[in-house]
Design a protein around this ligand. Structure first.
Ligand code: NAI
Length: 390
């Protein structure tokens, strides 16, 4: 049973590992941090300390709390330092073979009851677990970037995970002041599956010349209520990362047209226009850059928002149909993991399921593309005059 006294290990001191370390230490755990690259874990700890010190300057945290939090983190230089750990969270590179080798090596140093968790965003947790002699102890704990700020954690039991472990992890994540949801081990889990059309359908609209990216971004922000437009967000995430997630999910779904990536994005990656981090993506972030201006056309904006929204709702409904998670957890995931203004299923109820279905069916008739096939659940619910909630 995991508790606040549990000793936590984190492997990988990159963006995610350092954030998860901070979250665990902030919840009072002793945390051991390891990174294969020399100096990386110490550098990560220094960075955490300096970002926490900024909170002290702003009066949001006391110096004593920062000192106490950092004193709970110990950098170790080999896996054997994890011998006393009760829970280890892995956040190393997103390569299945690397994760499998690591989990197998870990089993040789940790005690029999130690839980091994992976922060993978797109690999199969079941496949990672298969590398272990005791796969029952393996689970996915998927945090969102930046981990100290984003509340959502997807808890993903593998096929082999022992009964009760997901609930146990869920309680621990609540103690860490996170919002945990339990998701089935399927491609993209909840968020990275359901959110695909936010990017994919927006790219399609631009590809077809229905609207330019600035107009799509403005429509999704101003009419849709999203914090950022899809192109601005892809530039922030990094086009390489966003494209890889899309391609991985599409391949894992046996090339389902609903998840088909866009050639526009592929070209962005090929030309190394990766977004903010390279100074150029869909938009130019250089000094004196001239960027496209959104068209003000109310009808066009409405058309864009309802089309992207219908596609998002379709994925949320399909995730529910395949019991990836409960309706409540699907909605929580999108508001707490990617800041959507509303849960998609609640939004669907407000728009009316019949209207959502008719938008999808019109697109399907127009394109004859499987990409626009409506979820069976949506069709059944319309037939039975049902809504997702109440
Ligand atoms: P990163 O590249 O910032 O950090 C990875 C760290 O792992 C590096 O410091 C590297 O030296 C270390 N490392 C690589 N192989 C290692 C090994 N065998 N043993 C020990 N350390 C090793 O990567 P990032 O972004 O932190 O991602 C880590 C994991 O979290 C990936 O599985 C990724 O898919 C997942 N993830 C990433 C999110 C993001 O937005 N960056 C969000 C949620 C999950």
């Amino acid at each position: 049973m995991l508790s606040e006294k549990s000793i936590v290990g984190v492997i990988g001191a990159g963006a995610m590992g350092s954030g998860i370390t901070q979250v665990a230490a902030s919840a009072g755990h002793s945390v051991f941090l390891f990174d294969a690259k020399e100096g990386a874990a110490n550098n990560a700890l220094k960075k955490t300390e300096s970002s926490l010190n900024k909170l002290v300057e702003k009066g949001k945290m006391s110096q004593e709390d920062v000192t106490a939090l950092c004193s709970r983190i110990t950098v170790i230089d080999s896996l054997s330092g994890f011998a006393s750990a009760d829970l280890i969270i892995e956040a190393v590179v997103e390569i299945l073979e690397v994760k499998k080798e690591l989990f197998s090596a870990l089993e040789k140093v940790v005690n029999a009851s130690c839980i091994l968790a992976s922060n993978t965003s797109s690999l199969s947790v079941t496949s990672v677990a298969a590398a272990c002699t005791n796969p029952e102890r393996v689970i996915g704990l998927h945090f969102f970037n930046p981990a100290p700020l984003m509340p959502l954690v997807e808890v993903i039991p593998a096929l082999q995970t022992k009964d009760g472990l997901a609930e146990d992890c869920k309680s621990l994540m609540q103690a860490w002041k996170k919002v945990p949801v339990i998701a089935k081990d399927t491609p993209g889990f909840i968020v990275n599956r359901v959110a695909r059309p936010f990017y994919g359908e927006s790219l399609k609209i631009v590809e077809e010349g229905i609207a330019d990216m600035a107009t799509v971004d403005a429509a999704m922000r101003e009419k849709g209520g999203f914090r950022m437009g899809p192109f601005e967000l892809m530039d922030l995430i990094g086009n390489d990362i966003n494209y890889t997630v899309t391609e991985t999910v599409w391949k894992q779904f046996y090339y389902d047209a609903r998840f088909r990536p866009s050639l526009i994005q592929k070209k962005m990656v090929e030309s190394e226009r990766l977004g903010r981090k390279t100074g150029k993506g869909y938009y130019d972030y250089g000094e004196n850059a001239v960027n496209p201006v959104a068209k003000t056309d109310d009808d066009l904006s409405s058309e864009i928002v309802i089309r992207v929204l219908a596609m998002l709702i379709n994925e949320a409904a399909d995730a529910l149909y395949y019991k990836i998670a409960t309706a409540e957890d699907i909605d929580l995931s999108m508001t707490k993991g990617v800041n959507y203004p509303k849960g998609l299923l609640k939004w669907a109820d407000e728009i009316g399921l019949e209207k959502v279905l008719s938008i999808l069916d019109s697109l399907y008739i127009e394109y004859h593309d499987d990409r626009y096939r409506a979820s069976v659940l949506l069709r059944q619910m319309v037939r039975e005059n049902k809504s997702f909630f109440n």
